[in-house]
Design a protein around this ligand. Structure first.
Ligand SMILES: *Cc1c(COP(=O)(O)O)cnc(C)c1O
Length: 842
């Protein structure tokens, strides 16, 4: 595509520069770093944004470069590298090329691909960025869909009193690595009817390696001033603004895919913000096939997947029925197009569809509109099943249809140059592009010497970066020259370096280390075994308590006795996160269990040889073993009353375990037990908590199944979907007629088994439409329950549609453990998602 606002015409020989500068693969592949740095060391150092470098070059400089043979050869090399990457088959086509998955659309309110495209607030966005990069590496046919925010999320500036201030720099689309999407040579607009007006959305495309990321933006002069502001600030404004953003993302997003005629089988919702896409996808199917809305949803929901990231019910997006009605019925006309009533719509987002006061919950809509759903760690899967259990009344917890796939990080985005060298030597160049099985053994072969010396290189580099950042930060605050000079001497390249960075919000307990400041001072200033600490993190602009916690840290690091040993760096973002995770020896995380759905920052240190110390929440609850790091507590749920006790435990762990492990050295000066943890953590955890593993699980456990199911239901004009809808309606109408008769339990002559015989009367329900089962709770937690199918043996004489069902189960368990139940059944239906009725015999 031609960039219509071309900043200038590039000399013919340099045309490829534009293509390379617009491919965000430079956020993880460093092949081009030297070239960009040679062009503009200043801009490169400050922004790492090749697109900006290209824009800042003078015409004169460009003409010179066009004549520079060495430069052109370098450029040629880069083009070839890019071509080779773009044309590579990739894991997906090699492994699943024969499967019916044409395309996945990944919807997310935030995307954190890199600082050059700052459209994220925290972990959710960084995950979405890592996901796109991994899809590119593995060749999974994904497109991203999001919003282009004019101001993104805020930047944090610390006043000299340590109070957080916010600034919202303008994201100028022309200096972002984006291209406008055109139609017939003009701008493509996606239109949406809003109360009394039509909203026009512009479309931009960012290229993330092989994966396009489409971004919608309302800041078009054709819109009213208020509407232009819809995509101004991520998570900014009140509920109405927020709903508008979700309308644009979900409904606008699906219209965009239709306008581009992209073949999409799977629609993946990264959190509930995008749940309205469910309505629009179904509406499209409805119109195309002349279905009603519910029939259409029966087809499209098979291809929808919902990933929830929320560990507490209060975290779900909820809207008042009045607000939703305003947008969807009175003026919008959308409900007329769906041909459903506002009550039917609201029912999709309510626990109790009949409660007209209940707000509309986007997560409920997502769960009802997606055939598959997952939490983001094992623990969070469990927590989610508990949170959603009320949508499936009388179903056992383990059958609530929410699974889990633990998050992972895109390793090439987070590794240091030294880690890259060590890993390349052990596992080769393309090690994060395919299977990871061999990495563990290969890493075990790395010597103590090598593992330890790359830690030292990383720490040294990190400390230089911290000093630079600190000097800039203090300068901005107007510090005196003496203090500025001091910044160049903070931290010691040989001391144990702890990192602590996260959002400053209550449940993360960011000030736990400050519980007993004198004890922390003693740790930091120990004469033989000093510890040093780098802290960073933003508080939400409206979170006063969060800002107080930031201020408490700033006050602490200003104490003269620790100034050399503790630093608070402002404006935690992806580039600061990269420096931190590459440079620290130990990453500390103190969330209050089970509030951390997963957490990914600790995973980023793994590849770099950093170790973790964390409460047993999120991913660490499943990853921790004593050979890889340290656990705070024993996996009990966090109780605010006990924060003090946990802080004491944290100090004790640091004093008695962590510090000795780091400072006890062998004759070569190597801390053997520390290095052994590095090796095990790199060998086992780094591959397991990579997004490579994560995305392969999404493909193999969810996408392939979802794509096949969607294609099956939508084939032949949606014949199966229609049949399923009729099956569902029939069952709903007649379910209440089903009842039990006698139950007879006998011990079998072999003494090994129970024989259960049960009379069931089905009313008008066909025996094919249900399944009679014997259910027994799992014996141990984590095991699946017993669900033994009972077979209809014969009709009960004299009864209409009454049958005798039989099953034989081992008598190892008492007969009282087993309870007969009747559940809906259709070979193609998802139960209980698509029919939540259930009948227990007692
Ligand atoms: C990885 C990352 C996060 C996620 O951090 P958690 O504390 O694990 O939730 C947040 N912000 C940035 C900038 C990150 O790089």
């Amino acid at each position: 595509m031609v960039y219509p606002f071309s900043i200038r015409s590039l000399p013919e020989e340099l045309k490829p520069l534009q293509e390379i500068a617009l491919d965000l693969r430079w956020t993880w592949s460093h092949a081009g770093d030297a070239l960009w740095k040679s062009l503009a060391p200043e801009v490169w150092g400050r922004t790492k944004n090749p697109w900006l470098i290209l824009q800042n070059l003078s015409q004169d400089r460009l003409s010179q470069l066009a004549k520079n043979a060495k430069f052109k050869a370098h450029l040629q090399e880069l083009m070839e590298d890019r071509q080779c990457y773009m044309e590579s088959q990739g894991w997906f086509r090699e492994t699943h090329g024969d499967k019916a998955l044409r395309g996945v659309a990944y919807f997310s309110m935030e995307f954190g691909v890199g600082e050059a495209l700052p459209l994220y607030a925290g972990g959710l966005g960084v995950l979405a960025g890592d996901y796109l990069k991994t899809a590119s590496d593995l060749g999974v046919p994904v497109v991203g869909v999001g919003l282009l925010f004019q101001e993104g999320y805020f930047r944090q500036i610390l006043g000299s009193d340590g109070w957080q201030q916010e600034s919202y720099p303008y994201n100028d689309p022309a200096s972002l690595p984006l291209e406008p999407v055109l139609a017939d040579g003009g701008r493509l607009h996606i239109s949406l009817d809003l109360p009394g007006r039509t909203l026009l959305l512009r479309v931009w495309r960012a290229q993330v390696g092989k994966v396009p990321l489409y971004l919608l933006d309302s800041n078009d002069p054709l819109n009213t001033p208020t509407d232009r502001g819809i995509t101004t600030i991520l998570y900014g404004g009140g509920p109405e603004r927020r709903l508008m953003q979700e309308v644009v993302l979900g409904i606008g997003g699906w219209r965009l895919l239709e306008a581009l005629k992209l073949p999409i089988d799977v629609c993946h919702l990264n959190e509930g913000h995008a749940a309205l896409v469910i309505l629009e996808r179904a509406r499209n199917f409805k119109v195309r096939n002349g279905f009603n809305f519910h029939e259409a949803l029966m087809a499209t929901r098979a291809g929808n997947i919902f990933t929830t990231h929320t560990p507490v019910a209060a975290g779900f997006d909820r809207y008042s029925p009045a607000l939703l009605s305003k947008y969807f019925s009175y003026i919008h006309r959308y409900l007329d197009e769906l041909e459903i009533t506002v009550e039917e719509l609201l029912a999709l987002g309510r626990k109790n569809p009949k409660d007209s006061n209940e707000p509309f919950n986007m997560a409920y809509l997502a769960l009802r509109g997606c055939a598959m759903a997952n939490g983001v760690s094992h623990l969070h899967g469990e927590v989610s099943r508990r949170m959603f259990t009320s949508l499936y009344p009388r179903w056992p917890l383990e059958e609530v249809p929410v699974g889990q796939i633990t998050n992972g990080v895109h390793v090439p985005s987070w590794d240091s140059v030294w880690a890259d060298q060590v890993w390349t030597e052990a596992c080769g160049k393309g090690r994060w592009m395919g299977s990871l099985e061999a990495h563990g053994e290969a890493v075990k072969g790395i010597s103590d010497q090598q593992l330890w010396s790359f830690q030292t290189d990383e720490r040294k580099q990190f400390i230089n970066a911290v000093r630079e950042r600190l000097a800039r930060q203090l300068g901005e605050q107007g510090s005196d020259p003496e203090t500025l000079a001091e910044a160049n001497r903070v931290l010691d390249p040989n001391a144990l370096t702890l990192g602590f960075a996260r959002r400053f919000t209550e449940y993360k307990r960011p000030t736990m280390l400050l519980h007993d400041p004198e004890r922390l001072v003693r740790l930091l200033t120990h004469p033989e075994r000093p510890v040093q600490l780098v802290v960073a993190g933003k508080a939400h602009p409206e979170d006063e308590r969060g800002k107080e916690m930031v201020q408490a840290w700033v006050a602490f690091v200003q104490r003269p006795e620790v100034r050399q040993r503790a630093v608070f760096l402002q404006d935690y973002d992806i580039s600061l996160a990269q420096e931190l995770v590459q440079g620290v020896d130990l990453w500390i995380n103190t969330p209050r269990r089970p509030w951390e759905a997963c957490g990914t920052s600790g995973m980023k240190v793994l590849v770099n040889g950093g170790l973790n110390l964390s409460s047993l929440d999120g991913w660490w609850a499943e990853a921790y073993r004593p050979e890889v790091g340290w656990a705070l507590g024993e996996g009990e749920d966090g109780d605010p009353e006990c924060d003090g006790i946990e802080a004491e435990r944290l100090y004790l762990l640091l004093e008695e375990k962590v510090v000795p492990a780091f400072y006890e050295r062998n004759r070569e000066g190597i801390p053997e037990s520390w290095v052994s943890r590095i090796r095990t953590s790199m060998a086992h955890l780094a591959p397991s908590y990579s997004s490579n593993r994560m995305l392969r699980q999404y493909v193999e456990h969810l996408y392939l199944t979802a794509a096949a199911a969607y294609q099956k239901r939508s084939a032949n004009g949606g014949k199966l979907a229609k049949e399923l809808y009729q099956w569902q309606e029939e069952l709903k109408r007649h379910w209440h007629e089903i009842h039990f008769g006698n139950l007879d339990i006998r011990r079998q002559p072999d003494e090994q088994n129970w024989m259960f015989e049960l009379q069931v009367y089905l009313g008008e329900v066909s025996p094919q439409g249900v399944q009679v089962q014997l259910y027994a709770e799992p014996k141990k937690q984590g095991e699946p329950p017993v669900c033994q199918v009972m077979a209809p043996r014969k009709a009960i004489s004299g009864a209409i549609n009454g049958y005798l069902y039989q099953a034989v189960v081992p008598s190892k368990r008492p007969a009282a453990d087993y309870t007969p139940r009747i559940i809906p059944y259709h070979p193609e239906a998802k139960i209980p998602g698509e029919m939540t009725s259930i009948l227990w015999q007692r």
